[in-house]
Write a protein that binds this ligand. Structure first.
Ligand code: MG
Length: 256
């Protein structure tokens, strides 16, 4: 069942989402050659806790850290470690926060120092694909209109969308119904309604869409070793017009 959220509930999800967006800003400033992914995790946890929230991922199904740090061919769910970032890497920074029992979830992918134009393009296309999906998150559309818009955009750019991981509803739980795939035919699935809150999160591979999970039980990598990028926003569908992008720093609710 898809749980519709009240305005008050969306306000709490927005507060959690703003902390996620702000923590991303802290991490963007910290990402540079020589930094470990564990150091980034500590910064993220400190920021979330200092702002009265709880890290959403830490302990979730046994995940040991606040941040999912996924480098290069790692798609999602990379475990922070003593791995040192190098010039030319890209890193996916996925994190969540809980405020008064409500979750916010977001991800960005950033370059470590300078990367090639080709790698910049992968990140740009992934971010734009997320925007294309969000555009479809309006009352009257069906769920797979989001999925289709993402897939069509990514594939027109010559990349592939990951099938094995999907976006999700979010609210009192990190992962609620519905699942939000990043591929599919348009016009399928439930009709979108005001009060639905979704985490939309395309994962885009430069090569083929196949992924596998490493022996650590978490880290998903591309099977062909190609680079992968990931962007995610938590959004709320409104009665009229475009959705509220709750993890967008420029549009959300001010946080103390
Ligand atoms: Mg998510």
């Amino acid at each position: 069942m898809i749980v519709l959220k009240t305005a008050e509930e969306i306000e709490l999800i927005a507060r959690a989402s703003q902390i996620v967006a702000e923590a991303h800003q802290v991490l963007i400033r910290a990402v540079k050659p020589g930094v470990t992914t564990l150091a980034l995790d500590r910064l993220a946890e400190e920021y979330i806790r200092d702002h009265g929230a709880i890290p959403a991922f830490k302990g979730y199904r046994g995940f040991p850290y606040t941040l999912c740090a996924s480098v290069n061919e790692q798609v999602v769910h990379g475990i922070p470690s003593e791995r040192v970032l190098r010039e030319g890497d890209i890193i996916g920074l996925d994190l969540g926060a809980i405020v008064e029992g409500f979750y916010g979830d977001g991800a960005i992918t950033v370059a470590v120092g300078d990367v090639s134009q080709e790698v910049e393009r992968l990140m740009t296309v992934t971010k734009e694909a997320l925007a294309k999906g969000i555009e479809q998150a309006v009352v009257g559309n069906r769920l797979s209109d989001i999925s289709h818009a993402i897939q069509a955009y990514v594939e027109s750019a010559g990349y592939s969308v990951v099938r094995d991981f999907v976006g999700h509803g979010i609210g009192r739980q990190l992962h609620e119904e519905p699942q939000v795939p990043n591929y599919g035919r348009p016009g399928q699935g439930p009709r979108l309604k005001a009060g639905m809150v979704l985490a939309i999160e395309p994962m885009v591979n430069m090569g083929s869409y196949g992924v596998r999970v490493l022996n650590d039980g978490w880290t998903a990598v591309t099977t062909d070793g190609s680079l992968s990028a990931h962007f995610e926003h938590t959004i709320a569908i409104q009665a009229c017009g475009a959705p509220l992008v709750l993890t967008d720093l420029s549009k959300g609710v001010a946080v103390q």
